[in-house]
Design a protein. Sequence first.
Length: 190
Amino acid sequence: MVELLKVFDEDYKYVCDETRDIIHKKGLWHETFHCWLVDEANVFIQKRSATKNDFPSLYDITAAGHLLADENVMDGIREVEEELGIQVDLSKLKRMGAVRDVIRLPEFIDKEFANVFLYQSTFAPTDFTLQQEEVDSIHAVSIGDLQALFRGQVENIVCLDGKQMSLNDFVPHETEYFNAIADMLKTITS
């Protein structure tokens, strides 16, 4: 099935619809939905499935995905429900704004307006029913530790389940994206 996405100019103004493949081949701006699940002390990260085409087995946003041409930003909630198998309570969802994120690889250029949300979670990593073709596992990590990693203040962090990781174990988002997420997570701890 061919996925059509909205294409935007650099000012986040709609231009046209195009296929996902063409968008990534040409490096066109498009929209994504990023949802970070947090509780009072921790943030949940996903380990992407080993069968994913893009960035297999790397750590990333709790739940995220591309917004289709016929969707609005809030329709991205389907990503949380599909990937994690939970029902989203909209009263616990906080929109943090759009962050530009560019990932350049030899085979594609991913230029996203990432619509970032924080979701106040009462779940444990074992509460999720994971969509296996998308998500291998979910891990909880201290908000302060993840902020320090994203800001380059530490080389490694350890999840609550004992897994150690460095920034090289994450999808290679831009430094500006990681800094923006670290700042947004600060709103939970302040």
